[in-house]
Each structure stands twice: as structure tokens, then as C-alpha cells.
Design a protein around this ligand. Structure first.
Ligand SMILES: [Zn+2]
Length: 241
């Protein structure tokens, strides 16, 4: 597994082009605003993009999802965050005053942490279980925490990390020692938890109980900013302050 980083314009969100150097089959993690730039970066390496995996449904991480979907790229999102890209529910585009065109995901993967979260009380709607509302057939798969999504001939480990958003996940490649952390963990910082479906305690637990149990040398590639390492952030005394 190799990866290329593309920094997009809108909120400096990172898109990662993950690919197999032998087969040149690849997928995106978080298709940010600059679809053409991402496409050009993949083309320079001869990589064919087959899918795009979202770490979560905030608009900045999915701004070119519709662009790629129109070219046959399959869009994967966790069930608890599908409403963000499909119906603007907590997608944060209005908060940031940006346009975001909704789309229907091709593959929704299950998660088990909706328990206890009252969507209506938080001011949102949750209709992803109503598959008919989209008018399009979607593939639905259940991935247990620590399970895998098989994409472009590769296995992407899924670690559920709610807190920044209720459906946030990180993608983990154990053999290569790389974690794509979305907006859960940054270099010298953690994601915001003050949005409507954010939860600081859940975020802290996701990081300390799950991410910090990974090997110290694990390279962390976040949704914004520079890469870091698990060990480095574990020793960061001000991470949660
Ligand atoms: Zn976010």
C-alpha cells in the first residue's frame, strides 16, 4: 500500500490516494474540494481510482464525492454519517457558509455506536435505515470494529472513533503501520467536538482506548495538517487540554 497526499483548497483538507504499487488499483480517503487536482495526482502515477472512503460525513471531506461518483467511483460512508452527505444533516456546510451538493452513497457500512444518541434531540434526522428514500440501490455491509472493508484489492481496517462526529471512523493499515485519522486525531491536536453530534468524552475515549492502543510507531495521516505518530501524540501532555 502506497499513498499520495493532496491538500485541497477549501479548508486545507487532505485527500489521500491509497493504491497498490503492483496493480495500480486505488481508492481515495476523503475526496476534498479539488477533484481535478486529485485526479491529476492519481494519473501521474497511473493509478485508477475505484472507490472513495469517507472518515466522516463533514462536507469538506466529501466535496468532490459527487464529481468522482459521476465517473464510476464508489462512495463509502459509515451508516451513522450517511445522512450528512445524503441530507445535509450535521454536514456543517451551512455553518461554514459553503455549498455542498448531496449525493447517495454507494456503500454504507454499519456501526454499532448509535445506541444512546438521540438524533432528534440533537436537531437532526436519521433516515439512512430507510433505504427507499434514496431511489437508488445501495450496498450495505456490516463491519465490526476492527474489521475490514475490501476495496480495490486492498483491505482497509475500520476503527470506529465517534466523538468528532457520531459516525467517524479511522482507516488502519496494520502491515504498513499507517492510520488515516480523519478529524479525530491531528498532529498536536484533536478534532472539534463542539458540533451538534460531537461528544468530547467519546472523542477522548476513541483516542485513548482505541488509537493509543496501536503501536507507537504507527504513522498518523490526518484529515488536516501534517502527519504525526501515535507515540508522539500519546506523550503529548496538552492533547486534551
Ligand atoms: Zn470534520
Amino acid at each position: 500500500m502506497e499513498s499520495i497526499t493532496v491538500v485541497n483548497a477549501v479548508l486545507s483538507e487532505n485527500t489521500y490516494i491509497v493504491y497498490d504499487a503492483d496493480t495500480l488499483r486505488g481508492f481515495l480517503i476523503d475526496p476534498g474540494s479539488d477533484g481535478r487536482k486529485i485526479e491529476a495526482a492519481a494519473a501521474r502515477k497511473g493509478v485508477k481510482i475505484e472507490a472513495a472512503l469517507l472518515t466522516h460525513g463533514h462536507f469538506d471531506h466529501a466535496l468532490s464525492a459527487a464529481y468522482f461518483q459521476a465517473k464510476g467511483v464508489k462512495i463509502y460512508v459509515s451508516k451513522a454519517d450517511a445522512d450528512k452527505i445524503e441530507g445535509h444533516s450535521f454536514d456543517m456546510s451551512r455553518f461554514f457558509g459553503r455549498e455542498f451538493v448531496t449525493l447517495t452513497a454507494d456503500c454504507v457500512f454499519d456501526c454499532d455506536y448509535l445506541n444512546g444518541f438521540d438524533v432528534k434531540a440533537a436537531g437532526g434526522s436519521l433516515n439512512v435505515s430507510d433505504m427507499k428514500n434514496t431511489g437508488k440501490e445501495r450496498e450495505f455491509m456490516s463491519v465490526s470494529d476492527g474489521g475490514f472493508l475490501n476495496v480495490a484489492g486492498m483491505k482497509a481496517g475500520v476503527i470506529y472513533t465517534p466523538g468528532h462526529s457520531r459516525g467517524g471512523v479511522c482507516f488502519y493499515f496494520e502491515k504498513e503501520g499507517v492510520l488515516f485519522s480523519g478529524d479525530t486525531l491531528f498532529s498536536d491536536g484533536i478534532g472539534r467536538s463542539d458540533f451538534s453530534d460531537g461528544d468530547f468524552l467519546k472523542l477522548k475515549e476513541s483516542i485513548t482506548a482505541k488509537l493509543f492502543s496501536l503501536p507507537d510507531e504507527t504513522v498518523v495521516r490526518p484529515g488536516h495538517g501534517e502527519a504525526t505518530a501515535i507515540g508522539l501524540e500519546k506523550r503529548n501532555k496538552t492533547l486534551f487540554s
